[in-house]
Ligand binder design. Sequence first.
Ligand SMILES: Cc1ncc(COP(=O)(O)O)c(C=O)c1O
Length: 397
Amino acid sequence: MTHSYLDEFQPPQRLLLGPGPSTVHPRVLRAMTLPVLGHLDPRFFEVMDDVCEMLREVFHTTNFMTLPLSSTGTGAMEAACANVLEPGDTAIVCRNGYFGGRLADIAQRYGAATTVLDFPWGKPVDPQVLSDEIKKHPRVKMVGVVHAETSTGVLTPLKEIIDLAHRHDALVIVDAVTSLGSHEVQADAWDIDVCYSASQKCLGSPPGLAPISMGPRAMDVLHARKTRVRSFYFDLKDLESYWSQTRAYHHTTPISMTYALRESLRMMMEEGIQNRIKRHARVASALRAGLEAMGLGLLADPEFRLNPLTTVLVPEGIDDAVVRRQLSDNHNLELGGGLGDLRGKVWRIGLMGEGAREANVFTVLSALEQALSRMDCEVAIGASLAAAQRALVEFDG
Ligand SMILES: Cc1ncc(COP(=O)(O)O)c(C=O)c1O
């Protein structure tokens, strides 16, 4: 079929079961078709206030500085580093996957002498190793950690790491891009200094906005800066002036995306955050049971597995990309491949936000059974579906 820019674009109806973006509910898509208001229209200010209020609920925070940045998750990583760090500062970034590496890269670019603390991909960050490292540096300004490593499917428990960093007077930047909206993220109770996420994973919107929240310790650091924030676009003090009562123009906010985020957060409020977390845990347990029944190995240890994203080891002799192409061509289904060191070695299956539904578990298991069988990989047809059913019944008690 030839493609011309004169044709109306008709995307295929893909089932997005990769690492994000996740499938967007029609209610959220509908919100994006509402008339565009000006970014200084008082009626749009109502939308902004609603979004900030709901984001505070989702982050479990009273932080005044809680707003959606006009960017994807990477922009939030930039904003976190740009506002907290100044040239000459010292940072330690824990790297147990691809995104820890990105955070370290960004911290370096904003002028911090950055130590990258490595942990095996597939394992969580070990607080003891961080404790040994932090003692080697006289004044660490920032410790960076990825709560949910989307590249490995690992969830790192945060409380011990945060308390440790605070004992050494360091701020903690937490990447909650894949955990917000699917796992517990308690910005205030855990005393997180800077926490950010992205709209397109477990929050249920398209890509384009990145919620960020800054606690009092980080705000003090921001107000005490000796140098200007190096990024105009991500200067949080200026952004706060627009998002709070001053309403001073900073840049033209993506209006339709803000409608979308409002609607997806409203859906989360209707469902209840705890119910949503439970829904992610429930479907993840069924998916894992099904994959294991198919004879596939999982990368992450059971204790630290991420619910919205499961990393599956590609069986010996199977070409990861060929299977993913089959799933796309025959089932209109998108899975993720491995990033960095895990390229070609894992599939990443996301059950995120609206995608975290029982029906999707059976769709992906059935499609994988078929694809692997066609490639002469020994698979007991139907076994994964039965195991997933059992896991669901067990989960429901
Ligand atoms: C843990 C984590 N951090 C940061 C990012 C970067 O976000 P984005 O791709 O939206 O810029 C991602 C994206 O997958 C992620 O999974």
